[in-house]
Write a protein that binds this ligand. Structure first.
Ligand SMILES: Cc1cc2nc3c(=O)[nH]c(=O)nc-3n(C[C@H](O)[C@H](O)[C@H](O)COP(=O)(O)OP(=O)(O)OC[C@H]3O[C@@H](n4cnc5c(N)ncnc54)[C@H](O)[C@@H]3O)c2cc1C
Length: 310
């Protein structure tokens, strides 16, 4: 069976690996240029910062624990009980997961067309990427809805998915010139900052006395500031950071990053969303059994197994 997996986040990559290991063909199609989706890392001033999912919880005995154990190149990811240290950034895991899997990056799927030969996958300009036997969609619900809406037989599923809302996240990445390498991470009770994470806790060394931190704004503040300029965002966040830290801190550099769909506010039952015999399967956080990344990863495994078990 030939399957297109839309999205190279954790659920899509788990699905693709499962299909390939059971002898099927899987092509992962990802609109951005990188792997990992919301498990995201970026380089700033010689430092690596996780600007999406901040910390990966790896429950012992679970699917993620197996993955980390199997894939982690020596020393790049360390598993200590349930905690993972990522000296080279969160995308190490997705990068290791694509070994043996075909991936098309920088390609947005715009439409799905079901025909006699199978399901045709169309790109933005209308070009056909290929015809496959089945599709697994792992995009966040609002983007999955757009794709389902192009399939004549799926309006009820598109309507159900429309009900899944997401909180946006405005993130500020900053290099702080502070003299306290062991400085904590914080979750303040009030103000626009939801959390500040000192990335050196993940096994990353400060560079030139500068400590990389990732700051997430609360959902309401993220929604309010989503379309504001970076200067406006920083004008609110840097004074709030001073308050959180209890003193002002020289800021060596900053970057602002926005996620329109960061975390779900609700979830649907994956089994009910994917009736038996469906050739377009929904996976990803909108249909996870719970809020953890382990739950999200399992939706990819479920989707692959639903397809290859017939
Ligand atoms: C800032 C932030 C903080 C978070 N904090 C937590 C937390 O504390 N705990 C927690 O459990 N979770 C958290 N999450 C959520 C967690 O990261 C996600 O649930 C998980 O990574 C989702 O994985 P996924 O594979 O379902 O989707 P994604 O990682 O979103 O992957 C889907 C992929 O599909 C691609 N795509 C979409 N549409 C198309 C298209 N038409 N064509 C091709 N590709 C397409 C997207 O580019 C994306 O790469 C956080 C997320 C963010 C952004």
């Amino acid at each position: 069976m030939k399957v297109a997996v839309i999205g190279a986040g954790i659920s899509g990559l788990v699905a693709a690996r499962d299909l390939v290991s059971s002898g099927h063909e899987a092509l992962v199609i990802e609109k951005s240029r990188g792997l990992g989706g919301r498990m995201a890392a970026r380089r700033a001033e010689d430092m690596v910062l996780d600007h999406g999912l901040p910390v990966l919880e790896v429950p012992s005995g679970g699917l993620l624990a197996d993955l980390v154990r199997d894939l982690a190149p020596n020393g790049v990811v360390r598993l200590d009980g349930d905690a993972v240290a990522w000296p080279a950034g969160m995308t190490v895991l997705p990068k290791a997961m694509v070994a043996g899997v075909d991936v098309l990056l920088g390609t947005r799927v715009a439409a799905l067309r079901e025909g006699g030969q199978g399901i045709e996958i169309a790109q933005d300009q209308g070009n056909t990427i290929g015809v496959v036997d089945a599709v697994i969609i792992t995009a966040p619900a609002p983007q999955a809805v757009e794709l389902l809406a192009t399939l004549p037989g799926a309006p009820a599923r598109a309507d159900a998915l429309r009900a899944v809302g997401y909180d946006p996240a405005v993130m500020v990445l900053a290099g702080l010139s502070i003299d306290e390498p062991g400085w904590f991470s914080a979750r303040p009770d009030s103000g626009p900052i939801a959390y500040v994470i000192n990335e050196t806790v993940k096994g990353r060394a400060p560079t030139g006395g500068v400590i990389p931190v990732v700051i997430r704004l609360r959902p309401d503040d993220s929604a309010r500031l989503f379309d504001a300029t970076d200067d406006t965002v920083l004008g609110e966040v840097l004074p709030a950071l001073t308050e959180v830290m209890g003193h002002s801190t020289p800021v060596a550099w900053t970057q602002v990053k926005r996620w329109r769909y960061a975390t779900t506010r609700g979830r649907l039952d994956q089994d009910r969303m994917n009736p038996a015999g469906a050739r377009v399967i929904i996976a990803g956080d909108a249909v996870a059994a719970g809020p953890s990344v382990e739950d999200v990863a399992r939706t990819g495994q479920w989707a692959a197994r639903r397809l290859h078990s017939g």
